[in-house]
Write a protein that binds this ligand. Structure first.
Ligand code: BV8
Length: 239
């Protein structure tokens, strides 16, 4: 592993870097991943709750899940993996882009700036009637589901399954992946699209692909470097 770490350290020294993160980077902050053993809540799978249909049919149940998740995330601290990426950005201003699928805000809490959030932000709510959007860090929420001052029901401003990604974030991510010299996929199972497709965009544009993950993923076949282990241990050794 030491030789691999040294090799990746070398390629990170020059060129444009994209770090692409998934729920696994927050696992060591005790935020449950989606598909790991701890990914289930009560007996619901995220896929069954993180949809507009589920919200439509039972906004209170979906909100109970997100209120529980907000409570967990509120108590969570960034781990050495988050902190290492913030340091990598500070050391390489202008040639580092962080693209995350996570909605927990732990990258910003660790000091990362200008984070490209593909799936939204659990601390922002949007009105399903008037569309007004704003920050809300209430833990726990006073009312479930929360209501807008217009009387409409508020939803988390995150991307559910079957929903489009925010256009500007998606375009920024595709552009960065297409111009990357090194693309590091950290803590993602690489099964959710279109986000997972960024690995292939980077590979086909000539980037070196680095995977940081304790388990195999479908993206491994695109990678020149596979660092098998937890992000909280591996990332600090890369900077
Ligand atoms: C869309 C917000 C289009 C909610 C999320 C078939 C083919 C292609 C696409 C599809 C398809 N069938 C359905 C689709 C579309 C669907 C999709 O991809 N489904 C998958 C399940 C097959 N995609 C969508 O619906 C997207 N929208 O396609 O719209 C469209 C077109 C026209 C018109 C309308 C729409 C929207 C996807 C976004 C969904 N929202 N999250 C919420 O968070 O509550 S996705 C959710 O899963 C998370 O946001 C996360 O981003 C995503 C992926 O999960 P990961 O982050 O990778 O986490 P996971 O738990 O899976 O894996 C953790 C990894 O970490 C593991 O590998 C583990 O080994 C590793 N790990 C564990 N510990 C550590 C670690 N790594 C490092 N260190 C550790 N310590």
């Amino acid at each position: 592993m030491e030789r691999l770490i040294e090799g990746v350290r070398q390629i990170l020294r020059a060129g444009r870097i994209v770090a692409f993160t998934g729920a696994g980077i927050s696992a060591e902050s005790h935020v449950p991943t989606f598909r790991g053993g701890d990914g289930l809540w009560r007996n619901y799978s995220p896929e069954s709750l993180a949809t507009a249909e589920a919200f439509e049919s039972d906004p209170r149940l979906v909100w109970e899940w997100y209120d529980w998740l907000r409570g967990l995330i509120h108590a969570a601290q960034p781990n050495p993996g988050h902190l290492a990426l913030a340091e990598l950005q500070q050391k390489n201003p202008g040639r580092f882009t962080l693209v995350t699928q996570n909605i927990d805000g732990l990258h910003e809490k660790a000091g990362s700036r200008d984070v490209v959030k593909l799936h939204g932000d659990i601390w922002r709510l949007r009105c399903t009637t008037c569309g007004r959007e704003g920050r809300n860090e209430q833990v726990p929420m006073e009312h479930l589901p929360p209501l807008c001052r217009c009387g409409g029901t508020l939803r988390p401003a995150i991307v559910w399954f079957g929903e489009m990604l925010p256009e500007d974030s998606w375009m920024r991510a595709v552009d960065a992946a297409g111009r990357a010299d090194v693309f590091v996929a950290i803590g993602t199972s690489a099964v959710v699209y279109p986000a997972a497709g960024l690995v292939r965009v980077a590979r086909e544009s000539g980037a070196q692909i680095v995977i940081v993950n304790p388990d195999p993923t479908p993206a491994d076949q695109l990678a020149q470097w596979i660092l098998r282990g937890p992000a909280g241990e591996i990332l600090p050794r890369l900077i």
